[in-house]
Design a protein around this ligand. Structure first.
Ligand SMILES: Nc1ncnc2c1ncn2[C@@H]1O[C@H](COP(=O)(O)OP(=O)(O)OP(=O)(O)O)[C@@H](O)[C@H]1O
Ligand SMILES: [Mg+2]
Length: 242
């Protein structure tokens, strides 16, 4: 059975000067799935997201959303095309309140009247458990709430592809269960998700497939159980001798 591909990366490479960070990485993201990305620090995971969102340009290769090549599109255009992302280091507009941050993101995403945006952002705030912080300046939120705001901002742009970069780190077990439940609800609404995460149990709880990067190369991809029992993955990622 052929599956419907939303994002297609073909031979994507990136070098910074002489330093090769990603080497000919190819993968597909199927519509409606949660794809988890694992890999040691420095493997090139965030760099991959930066090239999908358009923050940096690949040195080689091709990335397509719904069959449309992204290379010529600037970040705001990719946002409008339906790519939403979080940043590993939260970057809210710190002078604005939580709610104002969402309104800006919603305006970037486009497609809604101002009145619709208000209602939509209020719903996103509730979903992300930030309703009681709506009027708090985002600069004074705790780290956990800034992470929630990252996710909320990405959702407010109404993505069809959501890229999550390490949003579970530092959470308690209960908080991380709530986050997993939220990610499931987002997926169930039809959003396709790619989630980079070191917190393996969170990823295992929701990912349909996993992909593992190491030193800028894809070393495994497939069903979560198969991937984590792959000897090379155990060796490089979990520090276990094969
Ligand atoms: N703008 C840049 N200039 C030079 N080197 C960079 C740049 N961005 C990333 N790198 C390097 O590329 C490599 C991959 O970085 P990247 O942030 O993609 O890793 P990562 O897999 O996300 O790691 P982590 O799990 O720590 O977040 C690292 O060695 C990093 O130092
Ligand atoms: Mg990273």
């Amino acid at each position: 059975m052929s599956r419907d591909i939303l994002l297609q990366a073909s031979d994507v490479s990136k070098s910074f000067g002489a330093v090769r960070v990603l080497h000919e990485v190819s993968f597909d993201v199927y519509r409606g799935e949660v794809l988890g990305i694992l890999g040691p620090n420095g493997a090139g995971k965030t760099t991959l997201f930066n090239m999908i969102s358009g923050d940096i340009k690949p040195s080689g290769g091709d990335i397509r959303l719904g069959g449309v090549a992204l290379s010529a599109e600037p970040p705001f255009k990719r946002c409008r095309m339906g790519i939403g992302r979080t940043y590993q280091i939260p970057r809210p507009y710190s002078g604005m309140t939580t709610f104002e941050n969402l309104l800006v993101a919603a305006a970037f995403g486009g497609g809604r009247t101002e009145r619709e945006s208000y209602a939509f952002c209020a719903q996103v705030l509730t979903d992300c458990e930030l309703a009681d912080k709506a009027n708090t300046p985002s600069g004074s939120l705790t780290l956990l709430d800034r992470k929630r705001l990252e996710l909320a901002r990405a959702l407010a742009s109404d993505p069809r592809l959501l890229l999550l970069d390490e949003i579970a780190g530092g959470l308690t077990d209960e908080e991380s269960r709530a986050l997993v439940a939220l990610v499931r609800r987002i997926r169930d609404r039809g959003v396709t998700i790619v989630w980079i995460e070191h917190v393996l149990h969170a990823l295992m709880a929701v990912a349909d497939r996993l992909m593992v990067l190491n030193f800028g190369e894809k070393i495994a991809e497939g069903l979560p159980q198969d991937v984590i029992s792959n000897p090379e993955v155990k060796r490089v990622y979990m520090g276990v001798e094969a």
